[in-house]
Design a protein around this ligand. Sequence first.
Ligand code: HEM
Length: 416
Amino acid sequence: TDADAIPRVSGDQTLGLLRHGYGYLSGRMRELGADAFEGRMFGSRTVFMAGHDAARLFYDDDKLKRAGAVPSLIRLTLFGKRTVHALDDSEHQHRKAMFNRITAPARVAELADLTDRLWREAIADWTRRSQVRLFRESVRVLGTAVCRWAGIPTRDRELEPHLRDLAAMVDNFGAVGFGQLRGRLARRRANRWAANYIEAVRGELLRPGEKTALHVIAHHRDGDGHLLDTRTAAEELINVLRPTVAVSWFVCFAAHASHTHPQWRHRLASSDDDTVRAFVDEVRRFYPFAPLLAAKARRDFSWRGHEFPSGRWVILDLYGTDHDPDRWRDPDAFDPHRFLESPPDAYDFVPHGGGDSQTGHRCPGEDLTAVLLTRTVRRLAEIDYHVPTQDLGYSANRFPSRIRSGFVMTNVVKPR
Ligand code: HEM
């Protein structure tokens, strides 16, 4: 077959995707000998793509747009209604600048120090307990840290139900039925909670630090000079808090990786920052988390001789791109060395999307994620613990996947 062609397949891909999960689209592409194919999703004609060239096209905003691209079922649980994810052009640039201020390097460093302090306290407590579940601990530590850092004055004990809601929105974004309902209820409660703080800041009842997410978002003015409406401001605040809590998914994957590759457990305790960062990057590449992204053709165009009419759905397979055998040697092996040998390319390594995070849609929290994970992995490498028999599996067809047991540890000891 011609590797540049975009073959058409019959039938809707939605069920296959739900049934087979993360590896489904790249499996179809391998069968077809192509890095893109046209089929249907939710009944609409859609081009599915993976790999470097596909990612370049996906981030060409002369050809593709985001407005209307994410199905409302997912948008309402995960992102909110009128948030940065679905904006285009100058509206997007303006809103994105707000997030880039919130996650500026100096601010990330402050959050990392705060998180590190909370991990130390938590670990001291673990040594006195018979067992701990890392997932739950991580939601509490990262969640408490990010709320304090964001300027939210809720006391630690009162935060817990809100942290559970933030985690539930992530955990249920791909769910149907009861899980979908849980995610929606969590979203509704979180919106109300966050909206109270936005209003309190605007009413000058609350004065968080000028650089905090709460202050920046409450006072942000869009290009037309207007404040964000309360709901949108609340949703954008949650768009900082929720994904920081979601770093807990990677914390468990990192613990899983060091459990299944014990040689790395020892290395991490004494390695330099570059090596720990390579481990963290490989965790983000290897394990399944954000599966795919959606956009739409903003006008008629052709790519590799294939016609994309205006409005055609385009799906970028993130998981498939991070496991593309043309770009990654032995992609299904966990091997942090690959990141020490050569730095990742912005369109090959896409767990947080591709391209440039300052100007495009790529995640503004990628560095924050990597920094928090690096600190966390170091702390975990310093302690000894036992991993009792439990279900350490993670499912290939649950979105998002996660370590089923939540990674239970016993006999935690901190050597002097
Ligand atoms: C966007 C992944 C953590 C805030 C995204 C996108 C992905 C992603 C795949 C979509 C990129 C696109 O549409 O092209 C992740 C993963 C994370 C994470 C796997 C780890 C848990 C964070 C954190 C923050 C954050 C910690 C905030 C501090 C955002 C925002 C967007 C975004 C605001 C929308 C950006 C835009 O549309 O311009 N993220 N993210 N994320 N992420 Fe993250």
